[in-house]
Design a protein. Structure first.
Length: 417
């Protein structure tokens, strides 16, 4: 009870402060400023600004802008501003934000504003591009995927491994200790394996997942134990990955050619190409015994509408979503940045299919699993980190860690619900 009181008092305080400082957005005044908050990369935001300038010709009295926020800043800042009756007209972000934002009722259901024919023009396989939740449409996507792939440097890897045993065999050759100092001269693979999001593909190797159909955590399972044990063995038994590795370390190792492969997402590929690296993408290897592929999380990314939008601003917002998700605009973004568009008629567009990286990213997408959008996922991530990371410092065995992750997830969900 005391925790709930403190949380409510904190929310009231934040709303009071936001009212004092007038966070940007959809207040009931006559503002002619239309803002999109986004966590697009800088090069993508440059193109977004060009598109907003083009769209602004329809409404010369309005000023159209985009504003960058990091992923974990965008959501809480939007919550605060929208609860205060303000905030940007639109946000552009991944679908997993829908759970908490819809529960707080700070995003507006979109189904009244779009025809069925329009909605039918978006991808439905291997998963829907547009996101419905609790009976309402909350996001119109302009891209799909945003998923992890195996990225390999062709200087060291001519043919990427298809199975875990091939990965280990290749890795032990690549990770040879030629100078005799007891350390590999080059790792076969480096990735941010201490972060739960980057562990999920390996849970899929054994048929596991993070939660069940009723949104209950499924962490104390053989699949989670086996995935954790495999990653531990890659570092400590087979010694083909670093014994400690966060995102920045993995990225530096790959860029410095101290790792032949990395598991990373589309936000990183441009950096490798700009560095002059000849890279390829492949599916994260499959389970030799079952044939099950690793299952990276795949996510639609697109536009959500501030619940405070009304009148002419609402009309403009809907028109702007249509413009930014039009085939012409989506194709330009996809072609320039190796993105997978959300439109059915663009997924296999001839111009995109000419590109090797696009085809390879699309291939990995086909065996991914959709990002859960429920709020419970936030607490599951928080529950996983301490115990899972404890495996690598000797605090827990994989069996003990799985048990502790489940206990903590259930506790956090119970307390926050």
């Amino acid at each position: 009870m005391q925790r709930c009181i403190r949380r409510n008092l904190f929310t009231m305080f934040i709303l009071f402060i936001s009212g004092l400082f007038g966070l940007t957005g959809c207040s009931s005044d006559s503002s002619k400023r239309i803002v999109i908050w986004t966590n697009m990369r800088p090069v993508e935001r440059e193109l977004l600004r060009v598109k907003l300038e083009q769209f602004s010709q329809r409404y010369p009295d309005y000023d159209f802008q985009e504003l960058y926020y990091q992923t974990e800043e965008l959501r809480p800042n939007f919550m605060i501003s929208a609860l205060a009756g303000k905030g940007p007209l639109l946000i552009h972000t991944a679908s997993d934000n829908i759970g908490p934002l819809s529960e707080l009722k700070v995003i507006k259901p979109l189904e009244p504003y779009f025809t069925q024919a329009y909605l039918d023009s978006f991808i439905t396989e291997p998963f829907p591009a547009n996101t419905w939740f609790n009976g309402h449409l909350y996001q119109i996507a302009d891209r799909v995927g945003n998923h992890l792939c195996l990225v390999y440097n062709k200087k060291f890897v001519k043919k990427p491994p298809e199975t875990i045993s091939e990965l280990i065999e290749m890795g032990q050759k690549l990770a040879a200790d030629e100078d005799g100092d007891g350390l590999p001269d080059r790792y076969a693979l480096a990735w941010n394996y201490i972060e739960p999001y980057f562990v999920v593909p390996f849970i899929g190797l054994y048929g596991g997942w993070l939660l069940d159909e009723e949104n209950r955590p499924t962490l104390n399972t053989p699949a989670v134990v086996k995935a954790a044990q495999l990653i531990y063995d890659l570092a400590n038994k087979y010694r083909i990955i670093p014994k400690e590795c966060d995102y920045e370390t993995a990225n530096a190792l790959f860029l410095d050619e101290k790792s032949a492969m990395i598991i990373n997402g589309p936000w990183s590929w441009g950096t490798y190409i700009q560095r002059g690296m000849d890279i390829g993408l492949a599916r994260i290897p499959r389970n030799d015994s079952t044939g099950q592929w690793a299952t990276p999380i795949v996510s639609p990314v697109g536009y959500m509408l501030n619940v405070n939008a009304s009148g002419e601003r609402l009309k403009i917002a809907i028109e702007l979503i249509r413009f930014l998700t039009s085939p012409r605009v989506e194709l330009e973004f996809a072609d320039r940045f190796n993105l997978i568009p959300s439109r059915k008629d663009l997924m296999y567009h001839p111009e995109l299919m000419k590109r090797e990286l696009y085809r390879q990213a699309l291939d990995q997408l086909m065996v991914g699993k959709p990002m859960p959008v429920v709020t419970e996922l936030r607490w599951i991530w928080d529950a996983m980190r301490p115990a899972y990371q404890g495996i690598f410092n000797g605090e827990y065995t994989p069996v003990e860690a799985a048990r502790e992750m489940q206990r903590m997830a259930e506790q956090l969900i119970r307390e926050n619900r």
